[in-house]
Design a protein around this ligand. Structure first.
Ligand SMILES: C[S@@+](CC[C@H](N)C(=O)[O-])C[C@H]1O[C@@H](n2cnc3c(N)ncnc32)[C@H](O)[C@@H]1O
Length: 512
């Protein structure tokens, strides 16, 4: 591991540090702690702002830090004390990337052992130990990535925070480039240790795209401000307004199993209950497998041609383009391949050395075969399927691209495929319309795997989408299902947007 990453060293730029210091509410005489001060950017900002009672830790002695009073020891095992303000940019290192010495240190930390385990991240102990050492009404102001606000593995940290105080502000920077070479979504949050009334949270969403300017930060002109309810113990932290949360709750409520079901429990029904989901197949070098012209292939070669879709081919509901790929339908040795598939053999020749260099997952894969035909059995099922790009940028879109494809289409690696389970009674057309519905779009925006403006569609996040199944005893719902199914077919055939309006209207009725 590079020395640079050993301690999670990403240094804060001066405008951000100064801005964070500007949101401290305590008087200048407050006792302040910077638990992982790096080269001292926060120490400078604190000094300039007039805070004189500042202590700091840093594990790495080799850093060029001009402040003589920094304690070069680990904050994780530092003695407990009390501070009015804890401020900084703690290290974020995934457990699996932690140096053994740091893991061993955590193993000896009573706080770590009480709240966390090896599914948790290094960052967590800095937040938790920082809060442990706050005085009553003390404030902790950190900049860090946002992922821990709704992952399951960070539930203990969130619950601890809600047991001990509240969040007053969150500055949300999405994909803005705050740190050189780091592509992640960052937040600055201010936490107050208190057992008193908790109030709402000011959510300040960064409007810019580039690096923020200090004056814009302090003046608030680069933010859009909304007020959101205080987070609650036992729940994921959603950056959603009260109205948005009520809509999301209402949507989830409609996706619970209807009470009339025999043996029904009111559990949330999800897409994973009705669909099998898998990521697309990996050729290892797409351009080599693309078939230029099917007409010139031998009969044997034609048996091995499949229709494939990549993310770029997908529109909403239907695909805009497609390709044909060579996908060896049976095992052959090299002599057989050259004899039976002369045209393909020739078209692959220019790529031969690149094909040999493909990452082959430790298997000895012949150069004319896909390196990882994952989920092949699933995609060989003779039934229509739904495709969606594995990743979708939503900064300039208000919908996803779930596409209905015929049974003979295969997804490539940047596409995820969704097939109905046998037990699912709703039509595949209903399913694709459902997944394209705005309620799913909004729900995923808050509950899916979202990194900056990119929403990820791998198996787990798709499986977790709440699912509104049809109550087949209810005539009106059966009719809605019929109209949606017909409208999807008509839309794909005619591409007349009128059908999309009809579909939307039907879902509004279903959810009303
Ligand atoms: C993300 S960097 C931020 C540094 C500085 N606060 C800044 O904002 O520029 C995290 C810092 O934590 C330090 N660090 C890592 N583990 C530490 C530990 N156990 N105790 C104290 N500092 C630690 C790293 O060496 C690194 O300088």
């Amino acid at each position: 591991m590079k020395e640079k990453n050993k301690y999670g060293q990403y240094f804060t730029v001066d405008p951000i540090a100064r801005f964070m210091v500007s949101i401290i509410r305590h008087e200048k005489a407050a006792r302040v702690l910077e638990p992982s001060c790096g080269k001292g950017v926060f120490l400078t900002a604190l000094k300039e702002a007039g805070f004189g009672n500042v202590e700091a830790y840093e594990i790495d002695r080799t850093l060029d830090n001009p402040y003589p009073n920094v304690r070069y020891e680990s904050f994780v095992t530092s003695p407990m004390d009390e501070y009015d303000v804890v401020i900084g940019n703690p290290p974020y290192i995934r457990w699996k990337n932690l140096e053994t010495e740091l893991k061993e240190e955590l193993a000896g930390s009573p706080l770590w052992n009480r709240y966390f385990n090896s599914l948790c991240d290094y960052l967590f102990i800095f937040i938790l130990k920082g809060i442990e050492q706050l005085s009553v009404e003390g404030e902790l102001i950190f900049i860090c990535t946002e992922y821990w606000m709704n992952t399951t593995n960070s539930a203990a940290l969130r619950d601890y925070m809600m047991d001990n105080g509240y969040i007053s502000e969150i500055y949300h920077f999405k994909e803005a480039p705050l740190f050189e070479g780091v592509c992640a979504s960052f937040i600055i949050f201010r936490f107050v240790k208190s057992q008193e009334r908790r109030g709402t949270i000011s959510l300040l969403k960064y409007r810019g795209k580039g690096k923020p300017d200090y004056l814009d930060l302090v003046g608030g002109t680069c933010f859009e401000r909304v007020v959101i309810p205080q987070f609650e113990k036992g729940r994921r932290w959603l950056l959603a307004t009260g109205d948005q949360q009520r809509l999301l709750d209402g949507f989830e409520e409609s996706c619970r199993l209807e009470q009339g079901d025999q043996f029904a429990t009111p559990r949330l029904y999800r897409i994973g209950d009705v669909c099998d989901i898998g990521n697309g197949m990996v050729s290892g070098l797409d351009k080599a497998f693309r078939v230029p012209d099917v007409d010139i292939l031998t009969p044997k070669e034609r048996e091995s041609v499949i229709k494939v879709l990549k993310a770029k081919d997908l529109g909403q509901y239907y695909h805009k383009s497609e390709s044909r790929y060579f996908f060896a339908s049976c095992r052959m040795d090299e002599d057989e391949f050259e004899k039976e598939c002369p045209v393909i053999c020739e078209s692959m020749a220019p790529y031969r050395s690149e094909l040999d260099k493909r990452y082959d997952y430790g298997k000895d894969i012949p150069y004319w075969e896909f390196v990882f035909p994952r989920n092949q059995a699933l995609f060989e099922r003779r039934e229509a399927r739904i495709f969606v790009p594995c990743k979708e940028r939503v900064s300039n879109k208000n919908h996803f691209r779930f596409v209905l494809a015929d049974e003979d289409y295969f997804p490539l690696q940047d596409v995820t495929g969704i097939l109905k389970k046998r037990s699912c009674r709703e039509s595949i057309e209903y399913l694709v319309a459902y997944l394209n519905d705005r309620r799913v779009f909004e729900w995923l925006g808050f509950n899916g795997i979202v990194k900056g403006y990119i929403v990820e569609f791998s198996e787990a996040p798709i499986a977790s989408i709440p699912y509104r199944k049809i109550n087949w005893d209810n005539e009106s719902e059966v009719r809605i299902h019929e109209v949606i199914t017909e409208s999807v077919r008509s839309y794909i055939e005619t591409q007349d947007p009128m059908y999309v309006d009809i579909i939307e209207e039907q879902f509004n009725r279903l959810f009303s």
